[in-house]
Design a protein around this ligand. Structure first.
Ligand code: GTP
Ligand code: SPV
Ligand code: MN
Length: 615
């Protein structure tokens, strides 16, 4: 029989669990946070209908016109709660050294004291939702369970889109336990941090000026307070599937990465799988759903943000997407740049946050076709195409079920994943970095990843357009010492047959000419780069060796029908030794941050690069 929670306090709205550990934790959280009610999520359609209706009632959601966006909703956040807060994100390892020089750290006991103070009574006047979820497949060999407890209905409905969740997941945990196994689950506590006093009206977007996004890596535990925004609040995503999972991956010999996964099929029917790590808002979702411009090639999507990769018995690197939805950047998404995303969204069942709301109950954002004559901006103000302000926040997002994507590869549903042939690293750089470069070997590829640089974007709070090192596009997501993380990457090449591991490439879609225009048209045209990559792997395409790696030989890239001059292409591919020499001291300074924790191999790679540039 199901156990019940002490009913002195909150009203429990549905069945809890036979799992003593989960029940004890939920009870402990309820005693601390004092919610009015506890709701155990089932993940059913009825639950979705109830929760979305309650969000309409509080003014958080506006239902979109069902004729254009069925079962879909518009939300506008508090203007201060629009992105990940890297300054407020902590890795609270027992030993400070284990969080490394790239993370914020506080002693875990001290952090818990501080946060218990914030959590005390923080759910008063609200319902606490208990969300059993699994990242990856529920039938995986070792399913990666989590229980998110949150006082936000917005987070609950978003979690239903982004992760496999609900009764089925809880039943699976209970079943494994009953069978004598010890299924591990990550406790993930979230509160918007805005209790309601009796009679106090709620606001559309509750949040708190004080924010903490905290990972306790040894305990595999997450505590988040004060924000309702995606990466801060949907705890299965960045907090679990990257920060906590990267620690598990280090301990167990696999990789948890900020990567898309795609399947590429040539006109001859040959299939390859590509994973690519680009920093936030640097093109993963767009590449994952790419519509090739070169005839006969097709791309199918497997994932757009996170890849978990393990070396299989065959020695190849197998990748799964642990997520269940897309949480994509809205601005710039349109019928030309990402027709498959548009088609996915139009099927409905989606949440749009911080975009504009049109008078006919649709959404609009910068870059979308057919601007409306009038709309309400994300700030709730009247907006017209003549307005000085943007209609949508630069980090506004759509949240949509992955199963609605018509080009989702069948392999998405395979718990074994897909064997990766190529890994791309990429960043947003106006200068210096060529359109595509092939690494000489695994260690050189790891060096490319470890030194990846990119201009900051609106996906995180802070200045935009500042070049920073973002190793493997994981700077905000490595759950441990980044020096050890580099060592783990190097170790993957040492512990396994490097010949069977993916080949590594470095791409840059964002190089500019003197007038500030993009040298490369990007989007669907990136299929030409993918083709060159595949042909390199198969030993077909020619390359020239440069100090930084192999770049396409003149004429080796398929530019048939492309509206780019030879001159522009040459500029996009150019390796300028002077620009690269200017990078060397920056890379040196970056590496010095890690002291003795930096693998010596990376210093030798830097020496090799310097020597080649000087030669
Ligand atoms: P996160 O979800 O934050 O991790 O971002 P992401 O890496 O998935 O980035 P996304 O694909 O959403 O792209 C972000 C922005 O970059 C959008 O505004 C795109 O329009 C733009 N973008 C993507 N691909 C290209 C490209 O090939 N060329 C150019 N010029 N812009 C691109
Ligand atoms: C990113 O910032 O890399 C995202 C969006 O994918 S969030 O889930 O908010 O982290
Ligand atoms: Mn991302």
């Amino acid at each position: 029989m199901t156990a019940t929670i002490d009913t002195d306090t909150p009203q429990t709205t549905s069945q809890p669990t036979t799992h003593a550990g989960i029940l004890a934790w939920v009870t402990e959280v309820a005693e601390l946070t004092q919610p009015d009610a506890i709701h155990w999520c089932t993940g059913s359609d009825e639950e979705w209908a109830e929760l979305t209706a309650s969000l309409e009632a509080t003014g958080t959601f506006t239902r979109l016109n069902p004729d254009v966006m069925p079962n879909s909703f518009h939300a506008a956040s508090d203007p201060t709660d629009v992105a990940r807060v890297e300054d407020r994100t902590y890795i609270c390892s027992v030993d400070e050294r284990d969080s490394g020089p790239t993370n914020n750290w506080m002693d875990p006991a001290e952090m818990k004291d501080l946060m218990r103070g914030l959590y005390a009574g923080c759910m008063r006047g609200r319902t606490m939702y208990v969300i059993p979820f699994v990242m990856g497949h529920v039938e995986a060999e070792k399913p990666m369970f989590g229980i998110e407890v949150t006082d936000s209905a917005y987070v609950t409905v978003s979690m239903r889109v982004m992760a496999r969740m609900g009764t089925e997941v809880l039943s699976r945990i209970e079943e494994l336990e009953a069978a004598g196994e010890d299924p591990q689950w990550v406790p993930a506590l979230h509160s918007v941090g805005m209790p309601l006093e009796p009679g106090q009206a709620d606001v559309a977007w509750p949040c708190n000026d004080t924010k903490y996004i905290v990972q306790f890596p040894e305990e595999r535990m997450i505590w988040s307070f004060g924000s309702g925004y995606g990466g801060n609040a949907l705890l299965g995503k960045k907090c679990y599937a990257l920060r906590i999972a990267s620690v598990m991956a280090r301990d167990e010999g696999w990789l948890a990465e900020h990567m898309l996964i795609l399947k590429l099929t040539s006109p001859q029917g040959v299939t390859k799988y590509v994973a690519a790590a680009f920093p936030s808002a640097c093109g993963k979702t767009n590449l994952a759903m790419l519509k090739p411009t070169i005839p006969g090639w097709t791309v199918e999507a497997i994932g757009d943000d996170i890849a978990w990769m393990r070396v299989g018995e065959d020695g190849r690197l197998w990748a799964v997407n642990p997520e269940f939805g897309f949480f994509g950047v809205a601005p710039g998404t349109n019928e030309h740049t990402n027709p498959h995303a548009m088609e996915t969204i139009r099927k409905g069942n989606s949440v749009f946050t911080n975009v504009a709301l049109t008078e006919d109950g649709n959404v609009w954002w910068e870059g979308l076709e057919n601007p409306p004559a009038r709309a309400t901006s994300w700030k709730g103000e009247p907006w017209t195409p003549e307005s000085d302000e943007l209609s949508s926040h630069a980090n506004s997002r759509y949240c949509t079920p992955i199963k609605q994507c018509s080009i989702l590869a069948d392999e998405y549903d395979d718990p074994r994943g897909v064997p990766i042939d190529a890994i791309l690293f990429g960043g947003r750089r106006k200068t210096t970095i060529p359109l595509v470069t092939e690494a000489r070997d695994w260690n050189h590829g790891t060096f490319m990843g470890a030194t990846l640089s990119s201009e900051t974007t609106a996906a995180a709070v802070g200045a935009v357009g500042v070049v920073r090192r973002d190793p493997m596009a994981m700077l905000p997501f490595i759950g441990y010492n980044a020096g050890d993380y580099f060592g783990h990457w190097i170790g993957m090449g040492k512990d396994h047959d490097a010949a069977k591991l993916p080949k590594i490439f470095y791409v840059n879609w964002f190089r500019r000419d003197e007038d500030g225009g993009f040298l490369w048209p990007g989007f669907g045209e990136n299929s030409r780069v993918l083709k060159w990559v595949i042909e390199r792997i198969d030993g077909q395409a020619a390359a020239v060796e440069t100090p930084i790696g192999h770049v396409p030989a003149p004429g080796s890239m398929d530019i048939d029908g492309l509206d780019v001059t030879e001159e522009q292409l040459a500029q996009a591919l150019a390796v300028d030794p002077e620009e690269w020499k200017a990078e060397i001291p920056q890379i040196q300074e970056w590496f010095e941050k890690f002291g003795d924790d930096l693998p010596a191999v990376l210093w030798s790679e830097l020496d090799t690069l310097t020597a080649r540039l000087d030669a």
